[in-house]
Design a protein around this ligand. Structure first.
Ligand code: ADP
Ligand code: MG
Length: 256
């Protein structure tokens, strides 16, 4: 289980995250939603280890994460992707995933001598199949369309064989069927037992995907519950969805 307790992250007086507490159970697919600037990416960076905390505690399976480097967190099964896809553009799609799979198995030294040609080829191809990238295996990452780059970043994160996968806007910049199919892929990962926490700023990527939804507004958790529950919540409707107050009759939503 992921436990986030009273998480605080300030940047020079900006209260990006201001006392956020929540838990994610093993195998759950949880969405962290909210308007731009709500603190979603900062919350992620704190869990993944990019930022030291201003305050609070983060534990995964009972292990305190706050003192650990991103690499040490990866050893504990915690992996992330970024809102803007980050891959090695000079390598092919397959090589990107091979490299990530090698790193997971501590094979950096061997790869330096033998190159990437044979190393971890089969597991990497399996990950490309899983993420719908098989046909693009030999293409340079540089020339990929953006949707494929987002999938590749997901494949790279999966190569670390994570137990807790943190996805910052996995479908950012994608539209229509491409967006829907990537979100179904995300949902499927949780279906296989992985614990998934993802951020999103549009409600369309939450319905039918997330088991539970956390709503962040101005660095604080405004509501949490099922998609139906949070979409009926009056605070969420007025402050996030921009609807007139008083329209909704929210029930069964716990306010944080
Ligand atoms: P979201 O992902 O929900 O859009 P962010 O977590 O990126 O929100 O940002 C939350 C707030 O913190 C914003 O006001 C943003 O400008 C600020 N912020 C985020 N990262 C930094 C940083 N590295 N330095 C200073 N301010 C930051
Ligand atoms: Mg963000």
């Amino acid at each position: 289980m992921l436990q986030v307790q009273q998480l605080v992250k300030h940047f020079d007086g900006i209260r990006a995250v201001d006392g956020v507490s929540f838990e994610v159970l093993p195998g759950q697919c949880v969405a962290l939603i909210g308007p731009n600037g709500a603190g979603k990416s900062t919350t992620f960076a704190c869990i993944a280890g990019q930022y030291p905390l201003t305050g609070g505690h983060i534990a995964w399976k009972g292990v305190a994460l706050e003192g650990l480097s991103p690499q040490a967190r990866l050893q504990h099964g915690v992996a992330r992707t970024f809102q803007v896809a980050q891959v090695f553009e000079a390598l092919t799609v397959l090589q990107n995933v091979q490299l990530a799979a090698q790193a997971q198995r501590g094979l950096w030294a061997i790869s330096a001598f033998k190159g990437l040609s044979g190393q971890m080829r089969e597991p990497a191809l399996a990950l490309l199949a899983q993420t719908g990238l098989e046909a693009l295996a030999a293409q340079d990452a540089l020339s990929l369309p953006y949707g494929a780059k987002k999938r590749l970043e997901l494949a790279v994160a999966l190569a670390a064989r994570p137990q807790l996968l943190l996805l910052d806007e996995p479908a950012a910049g994608l539209a229509g069927p491409e967006r829907a199919s990537l979100m179904q892929l995300v949902k499927g990962l949780a279906g296989q037992g992985m614990t998934v926490l993802y951020t999103e700023h549009n409600m369309d990527a939450v319905a039918g995907v997330a088991d539970r939804v956390l709503v962040l507004i101005e660095g604080k958790l405004a509501a949490q519950g099922s998609f139906d529950e949070i979409s009926r919540d009056p605070v969420v409707r007025s402050r996030y969805l921009g609807e007139a107050a008083g329209e909704a009759a929210g029930e069964g939503v716990s306010h944080a």
